[in-house]
Design a protein around this ligand. Structure first.
Ligand SMILES: N[C@@H](CCC(=O)N[C@@H](CS)C(=O)NCC(=O)O)C(=O)O
Length: 301
């Protein structure tokens, strides 16, 4: 047993993480991108090396009242394919959160309109007019619709201005590929501990993340904060899921997944200083309640 608290599910053997919320996409390809260096990249690199990532006050509570209301079955559709660019999301969906965060990070709030959908009471027009797969996220741009969170992020990165989310070297590109292709296994491993199937799997998965975060260290602080030193697609791919796991393990199992994992702790801390990200966070209480409700429903015979 390691020095930190091991993940144990003994008292909660029946708690299974809802598959819809945490299953990661099978599509885990990283699109090869030309490594162009914009002034944003250079600026970011400087900030990364001097540990001066853009800081804003951490948002302690999500002010859901300030958010655009979700559209439901009673809502009129937007003027689909009228030339506007729209990102369809759900506030509770971690996949959609990825795309939303990418849009925010690239400062595209004025260029990409956010259209939140109520998934529990989905408007019929969403499937009919917008995205036949009927899932979020989906991006409407130039008379087409792009789905799959990782593809949406890469599309936004390749087709819009703003700081690049792509790795800035061939070596980092290979590492990003490896990390992105691990997202599915990572999630499965953590879920198998939550369900009581494999009590050690989550520890192994979080250790993998801890090690990955140590690869590109900030020279001053000897660690990250981000996977590729600079904030990238990889951070976006993982944060909505690690954020949820962090909360659920703490609340349900009384396990701090950052204990004995300084890189993970530092990464989460830094992420929480970024308004681009904190703006996308779901209310922690809602995440926990939703998880417990589903786990109880799944445990019922
Ligand atoms: N692989 C997809 C998964 C998207 C997904 O499953 N989104 C969920 C919400 S978290 C959804 O739209 N579910 C609706 C449904 O399955 O009917 C991605 O990465 O975008």
């Amino acid at each position: 047993m390691s020095a930190r608290a091991r993940v144990s599910v003994c008292s909660y053997p029946s708690l299974a993480l809802p598959s819809r919320d945490v299953s990661l996409p099978s599509s885990s390809l990283y699109f090869g991108r030309k490594s162009h260096r914009s002034s944003f990249d250079i600026d970011l690199k400087l900030r990364c090396n001097s540990n001066e990532t853009r800081r804003t006050k951490p948002v302690l509570a999500v002010l859901s009242s300030s958010r655009v209301p979700e559209l439901d079955s009673s809502s009129e559709p937007p003027q689909v394919f009228d030339g506007s660019t729209r990102l369809y999301i759900s506030y509770s969906c971690p996949f959609a959160q990825r795309a939303w965060l990418a849009r925010n990070y690239k400062n595209l709030r004025d260029k990409i309109e956010l259209v939140p959908i109520n998934l529990k009471n989905r408007p019929a027009w969403y499937k009919e007019k917008v995205y036949p797969a009927n899932k979020v996220p989906a991006l409407e741009h130039n008379n087409k619709v792009i789905g799959e969170s990782l593809d949406v992020i890469k599309y936004i990165d390749a087709n819009f201005e703003g700081p690049s989310l792509a790795p800035n070297s061939v070596e980092k590109e290979a590492f990003a590929d490896e990390l992105i292709s691990y997202t599915d296994s990572f999630s499965k491993a953590v879920r198998s501990t939550l369900s009581g199937e494999d009590i050690d799997a989550a520890d192994v998965a979080f250790d993998y993340i801890e090690k990955a975060l140590s690869k590109y260290k900030n020279p001053k602080y000897k660690r990250g904060p981000f996977f590729l030193c600079l904030f990238s697609l990889v951070d976006i791919a993982y944060i909505p899921f690690i954020e949820r796991f962090h909360l659920i393990f703490k609340d349900v199992m009384n396990v701090d997944i950052t204990a004995g994992r300084p890189n993970l702790a530092y990464w989460l801390k830094e992420m929480n200083t970024m308004e681009h990200y904190t703006e996308t966070r779901q209310d922690p209480q809602e995440i926990i309640e939703r998880y417990k409700k589903r786990a109880q429903a799944e445990a019922r015979p």
